[in-house]
Design a protein around this ligand. Structure first.
Ligand code: GTP
Ligand code: MG
Length: 398
């Protein structure tokens, strides 16, 4: 089964906690608690040997390893392993319907869900302000993200035409593909790929399902077919001289209209027009005549294909887009004078271990130096209001 869209739930690893320990137990001096390991991150990694999502379709949730907690006496916790999910080239990544990345380059590994940082132990928290810390940081929590992946196949040539025109028969004649063919329309319901071996470069050819009127608006398989044209370089239009509904010229008009309506830039792609089924005595001198079934005219078509320099041709989607994911740092809700602040930044400030007094002092220190107080003032916080950071609540005094 060809799978070209999939939804995945991803969970990065949590950071391990830092520890609190001291070299000399009796005096509680010389902090030597180790730091927690970082949680594993999740990456998408383009793999040129796969052409759809069938390898990840059945396991729709992925988890990276947690970092280990630290031990005493400078024992740092181990980092959790990162997780790499192999995806085909041409994968677009969406979060909440917003495209965050498109993988068009086989080296372009994409970080989608970063692991929680390990918490620092009291050894690393030594500072002038606090030379003998009795606190440590908890590791950052795991992050979860739901993503939708959409594939637009990266190909050299795509074969288009109305249903039953002989597209699949042609890819079988040109390549090693074993596409199914039959004497009725809509035989092909997902793309078939094949490789045309040529002295210059092996070319990836894609046979697509038949296009019908309204395809660009989603009629039939419409848009799920047309999306694969973004990453192709040359089109072969297979025309059917024995179709009873459309003449050759009408077929050209229909296909070109739907393709250009879907994306105006596609009109820049070169089109090779072939009239198929020439064995039925239906040749047309204006076009290349072939019989995909009888292998006639195929050499002529290959010569025509070889006129294009595929190495230097671009698809319309030439630029590699990589949009960085913006972490939401914190958010604020207010109710009856209590300001609830949540988010990654709050976790970094407040996820501490140790005795209440030391922990609270450290939280106040980190809070005052963060961007949160200024934001709360902007939002109108007043003296005597309460601020809640996770489990810690205190009065605002400024
Ligand atoms: N006589 C003749 N029949 C052909 C030729 N090429 C294809 N056919 C026949 O046309 C019918 C449709 O062929 P397919 O290759 O399945 O057509 P398609 O365009 O892939 O069809 P869909 O996938 O349904 O859009 C089959 O019965 C083929 O045997 C040809 O060159 N000559
Ligand atoms: Mg077909």
């Amino acid at each position: 089964m060809f799978v070209d869209s999939v939804e995945l739930s991803l969970l990065s690893g949590a950071g391990g906690s830092g520890s609190i320990s001291f070299k000399s137990k009796s005096t509680k001096s010389s902090p030597n608690g180790g730091s927690g390991g970082d949680g594993g991150s999740i990456y998408f990694k383009p793999d040129v040997s796969i052409y759809d999502f069938s390898s990840i379709y059945s396991s729709s949730s992925f988890k990276a390893e947690n970092g280990e907690d630290a031990g005493k006496d400078l024992q740092d916790g181990k980092n959790g392993n990162d997780l790499f999910i192999n995806v085909p080239l041409g994968t677009s990544v969406f979060i909440n319907e917003e495209k965050v990345a498109e993988l068009l380059d086989h080296n372009a590994t994409f970080l989608i869900c970063s692991g929680g940082k390990g918490g620092r132990g009291n050894r690393e928290l030594i500072s002038k302000r606090n030379p003998n810390p009795k606190i440590s940081e908890a590791g950052e929590k795991r992050k979860s993200v739901k993503v939708n992946l959409e594939l637009s196949l990266i190909t050299d040539i795509s074969i288009l035409g109305i249903p039953n025109s002989g597209k699949s028969t042609l890819i079988k004649s040109l390549t090693n593909s074993n596409a199914k063919t039959a004497s009725y329309p809509f035989t092909t319901i997902s793309p078939n790929l094949g490789v045309l071996e040529s002295s210059a470069k092996n070319m990836i050819i894609c046979d697509l399902p038949g296009l019908i009127e309204g395809a660009s608006q989603g009629v039939g398989l419409g848009r799920s077919i047309l999306k694969h044209l973004k990453n192709t370089k040359v089109l072969i239009l297979v025309l059917d001289p024995i179709n009873s509904d459309y003449t050759i010229e009408e077929q050209i008009k229909l296909i070109e209209t739907e393709v250009n309506k879907y994306d105006d830039n596609l009109k820049n792609l070169p089109i090779i027009k072939v009239v198929n089924k020439s064995d039925l005595d239906k040749k047309n001198d204006n076009y290349i005549n072939i019989s995909a079934l009888k292998d006639e005219g195929i050499d002529k078509l290959i010569q025509e294909i070889n006129l294009y320099d595929f190495t230097n041709l671009d698809s319309i989607n030439k630029s590699f887009e990589k949009i960085s994911l913006h972490d939401e740092q914190f958010s604020v809700e207010e109710e009856n004078g209590t300001w609830l602040v949540t988010g990654d930044m709050v976790d970094r400030i407040s996820n501490l271990n140790g005795n209440d007094y030391d922990v609270f002092n450290e939280i106040s220190y980190r809070f005052e130096r963060s961007e949160i107080p200024a934001k709360l003032e902007d939002l109108g916080i007043e003296k005597g209001d309460y601020i809640k950071l996770n489990n810690y609540e205190f009065e605002y005094e400024n």
